[in-house]
Design a protein around this ligand. Structure first.
Ligand code: ARG
Length: 563
C-alpha cells in the first residue's frame, strides 16, 4: 500500500510509468532509512546519467511535499519517509476495510489443483500429508486472488499394486482379518509380497496376472479392489476431516480407464507411438529424456498413460486454464515426460501445466518406505501432537475451559505450519517438539499472538460497543508504525505466494507479523487510562488479529480465540 502511494508521488517526476516504478520499489533494509526506496539505476540508464545524480534530482523535485512525505537521496536511492501522523490512520483504515487481502488477479481463470492423491491400501504417508497441506494452502491462496479453483484428489486406486495385493491376499490372506483391520492387514500383505518376491520372483508374474485380470474386468478381482478402496477411503476421510481439508472432486486413477483409448489413438494418428520390445512408447530423445511408456507389452497401461488422459479431462471437460500438480519432487521425471508428450501432441500444451514439487519429509532422520513397512501412521502423529499440545496448554493456562478444542487446533496446526513454513523444495527433518514450541518460528507462536490480541480486545472493549475515531498520535510510535506497515504488506505476501506457488511466503509473513505485534505490545502499552489512545491501539490490535486469523485460515490452520 505504501509502495503504491510512493509510486503515486514519484510518477510525475520520473519518466517511468506506475507499474515500472512499482516493479523496482523496495522496502528499505532498515526502518530509519525510510518506508519505501526507489532505486534509480534503470531510470539513470535510460537517461544515460549517473544513478546518484538522478537520485539527488528526484529527491530535490519532491522536496515541496512538506510534512506528509520526506524524500531523501541516499546513494543511488530515493528514500521516502512517510509521516506516521499523516498516514497511520489511512493505513489502518485500509487494513480494516472489508476485502483486505483479496485480489482480482485471477479473475476469469480456472485452475485445477491435483493434491493429496494417496494410494489405496497403503497408509496415508507423510508425502501425501505435504501434498494435502501445500495443495490446500495453494487452493485458498488462489481463491483469495480471484481464481476459480477446482481441487482434485487423484487417488491411486488403479495400477500394478492391486495385482500385488490380490496376489498376496490369494496366497496368505483371510477375509476375517482383512475385514477387522483392513489398513494394517493390507499393509502387512503388501510388505510380505515384497519380502517374498525377493526370494520367489514368480510372485511378480502372479501380480501381473491379477492386474491384467483387473484391467479385463474380472469380477473377483474387481470386488476385492472395491473392498480395498472403500476401507482406505474411510481411513483417509478421517484424516481429511481432522485436517479440515475438502476436495471438489475425488477422482481416482481408475476414473480414466475408459479415457485413455482416445489419447492412445491420437498419439498413433500423429505418428508419435513406437514399438519397443512389444511395448508402445513415445520417444523424447530430443529433450534428452527417456521415452515415455504408454502401453506395456502385456497390453496394460501405466501411471503416465492415466496422467495423459487426466490432463485432457481437466482441460477439456473441467475447463482448466492452468493445471497444478502438487506432488513430491521424486516424480519430477514423470511429469517432465507427461508434459513433453502433451507438447508433442499440441504445441504449447505444457505451458499450462506445472509440477509443484516438494522435498522429502523425514521424522527423526528416518525416511519411510511403504514396501519395507517402515511407516509412520499419520493418525498416530496427529494424536501425539494433540496430546503434547494439551499438556503445554494445561501448564500455561490451567483455567482454560476449551482446552481440548484448543489442543486439537494447536497440535494439528503445529504440524501443518511446521510443514508450510519451509520452502517447499527443502527436505525437512520434522521434529514435533520443535514444531510445538510456543516461542520460535512455529504455528503455536502465531496462534498465541492471535489469542493474545483477542484477549486484549475483550478486556479493552468490555462495556464499549464501538471504537472512537482513532487518534493519529496514538499510532505514531515507532513500533505501532512498523506494525501497521507490516500489516499493509499482507496483499503482497499473498501475491508472492501465488506467483511462486509457495505457501511458505505467507507462513513467514505471519511469523513476522506476530513478532512485530509482540514487540509493539511489549513496548507501547495498549490498554491505558487514556481512552482515545487505547481505542486507537485496540483498533490496530483488531487489525493484527484479523490478518493473523485470515492468514492462518489460508494456510489451513485454525486460530482458537483462547489458548
Ligand atoms: N498417487 C501418486 C503417488 O502417491 C500421486 C499422484 C499424483 N498425481 C498425479 N496426477 N500423478 O505417488
Amino acid at each position: 500500500m505504501l509502495m503504491e502511494w510512493a509510486a503515486d508521488y514519484l510518477s510525475p517526476y520520473v519518466s517511468l510509468n506506475r507499474e515500472e516504478i512499482l516493479r523496482v520499489m523496495e522496502r528499505p533494509p532498515k526502518p530509519d532509512l525510510g518506508d519505501a526506496a526507489f532505486p534509480c539505476f534503470a531510470l539513470a540508464k535510460r537517461l544515460n546519467r549517473s544513478p546518484h545524480e538522478v537520485a539527488r534530482e528526484v529527491a530535490e523535485k519532491l522536496s515541496h511535499l512538506g510534512g506528509e512525505v520526506r524524500a531523501e537521496a541516499v546513494g543511488a536511492y530515493v528514500n521516502l519517509h512517510f509521516s506516521p501522523n499523516a498516514w497511520a490512520v489511512r493505513l489502518l483504515n485500509n487494513v480494516l476495510a472489508p476485502g483486505f487481502g483479496t485480489a482480482e488477479a485471477g479473475r476469469g481463470k480456472r485452475v485445477v489443483i491435483d493434491m493429496s492423491s494417496p494410494n489405496i491400501a497403503k497408509p496415508f504417508g507423510v508425502g501425501h500429508l505435504r501434498s494435502t497441506m501445500i495443495g490446500n494452502a495453494l487452493a485458498n491462496l488462489y481463491r483469495a486472488s480471484g481464481y476459480e479453483v477446482v481441487t482434485v484428489n487423484h487417488l491411486g486406486d488403479w495400477g500394478t499394486q492391486f495385482g500385488k495385493l490380490i496376489a498376496a491376499f490369494t496366497r496368505w490372506g483371510d477375509r476375517k482379518t482383512l475385514e477387522c483391520d483392513p489398513m494394517r492387514e493390507s499393509l502387512r500383505l503388501y510388505v510380505k509380497f515384497h519380502e517374498e518376491a525377493e526370494e520367489e520372483p514368480e510372485l511378480e508374474d502372479e501380480a501381473r496376472y491379477w492386474f491384467q485380470k483387473l484391467e479385463q474386468g474380472d469380477e473377483h478381482a474387481a470386488a476385492l479392489r472395491r473392498f480395498f478402496v472403500d476401507a482406505s477411503l474411510k481411513e483417509f476421510n478421517r484424516v481429511y476431516s481432522r485436517l479440515g481439508v475438502t476436495f471438489d472432486y475425488v477422482l481416482g486413477e481408475s476414473f480414466y480407464n475408459d479415457k485413455m483409448g482416445p489419447i492412445i489413438g491420437l498419439l498413433e494418428q500423429q505418428g508419435l507411438l513406437e514399438e519397443s520390445d512389444g511395448a508402445k512408447i513415445v520417444r523424447l530423445d530430443h529433450l534428452q529424456l527417456p521415452p515415455c511408456i504408454i502401453m506395456k507389452s502385456d497390453g496394460t497401461t501405466i501411471y503416465a498413460t492415466r496422467d495423459l488422459a487426466t490432463a485432457f479431462y481437466r482441460t477439456r471437460e473441467m475447463g482448466a486454464d492452468q493445471l497444478l500438480y502438487v506432488v513430491g519432487a521424486e516424480q519430477a521425471l514423470h511429469f517432465k515426460q507427461v508434459f513433453a508428450v502433451l507438447d508433442a501432441l499440441e504445441e504449447g500444451w505444457s505451458a499450462r501445466c506445472e509440477h509443484v514439487a516438494f522435498g522429502l519429509m523425514k521424522f527423526g532422520g528416518k525416511k519411510m518406505s511403504t514396501r519395507k513397512g517402515k511407516v509412520v501412521f499419520l493418525d498416530d502423529v496427529l494424536d501425539e501432537a494433540v496430546r503434547q499440545a494439551e499438556a503445554v496448554i494445561e501448564a500455561k493456562n490451567p483455567a482454560l475451559q476449551s482446552r481440548r478444542e484448543a489442543a486439537e487446533a494447536v497440535g494439528i496446526g503445529a504440524i501443518v505450519f511446521g510443514d508450510l513454513r519451509n520452502s517447499r523444495m527443502l527436505e525437512i527433518d520434522f521434529s514435533l517438539e520443535d514444531a510445538l514450541r510456543f516461542e520460535g518460528d512455529t504455528g503455536p507462536y502465531v496462534q498465541y499472538a492471535y489469542a493474545r490480541a483477542v484477549t486484549l480486545l475483550e478486556k479493552g472493549m468490555a462495556g464499549t460497543e464501538e471504537f472512537d475515531e482513532p487518534s493519529p498520535e496514538a499510532l505514531s510510535g515507532r513500533l505501532a508504525w512498523e506494525c501497521l506497515k507490516q500489516l499493509a504488506g499482507y496483499p503482497d505476501a499473498i501475491r508472492l505466494a501465488v506467483e511462486q506457488n509457495e505457501p511458505s511466503v505467507l507462513a513467514r509473513y505471519l511469523l513476522d507479523t506476530a513478532k512485530q505485534f509482540n514487540r509493539f505490545y511489549r513496548h507501547e502499552r495498549i490498554l491505558s487510562t487514556d481512552r482515545e489512545e487505547t481505542h486507537a491501539r485496540l483498533m490496530l490490535t483488531a487489525a493484527v488479529a484479523g490478518v493473523l486469523k485470515n492468514g492462518l485460515a489460508l494456510l489451513g490452520v485454525k486460530a482458537p480465540r483462547h489458548i
